[in-house]
Design a protein around this ligand. Structure first.
Ligand code: HEC
Length: 113
């Protein structure tokens, strides 16, 4: 099998697997910042946005994550403007300090508020 057919098969399986998830999720589940709908549209093809929301990262690490998605998981690389929009959104919605949907690392010794 050629490499591209292999890749197409893998993507098809990933999309089929995400199918059920897509029906239940919508952009309105996500924090409301500019670029939300575009980010949802870009990422939901392969996995739940919960996978994304579990992470809290700074812009640089989100940038690395986008590269990782493209290099290792065949995500179509976003063009410059789209990449900026995605990063603007991800940085605001899922920042390093406070993962929006929980599950992030919580410093056990942090003062209680
Ligand atoms: C073409 C498919 C594809 C697209 C599109 C895609 N991803 Fe992923 N992503 C994956 C796969 C596959 C995994 C599971 C990888 C793993 O755990 O090794 C994953 C996992 C992740 C994770 C979890 C990492 C972890 O440590 O649990 C994050 C965060 C992530 N993706 C972010 C994104 C964001 C943000 C977008 C949209 C801008 C996106 N992905 C779009 C394929 C994709």
């Amino acid at each position: 099998m050629s490499r591209s057919i292999m890749l197409a098969a893998v993507v098809a399986v990933a999309l089929a697997a995400a199918g059920g998830v897509r029906a239940e999720e919508s952009p309105t589940d996500m924090p409301d910042f500019p670029g939300r709908d575009e980010t949802f549209g870009y990422c939901i093809g392969c996995h739940s946005m919960k996978v994304v929301g579990r992470q809290g990262m700074d812009r640089e690490r989100w940038d690395t994550t986008l590269s990782w998605m493209s290099e290792k998981h065949n995500m179509p690389a976003p063009d410059g403007e789209t990449r900026k929009l995605l990063l603007d959104y991800l940085e605001k919605a899922y920042p390093a300090a406070a993962p929006a949907q929980g599950g992030g690392f919580v410093v056990p010794f942090a003062p209680q508020r």
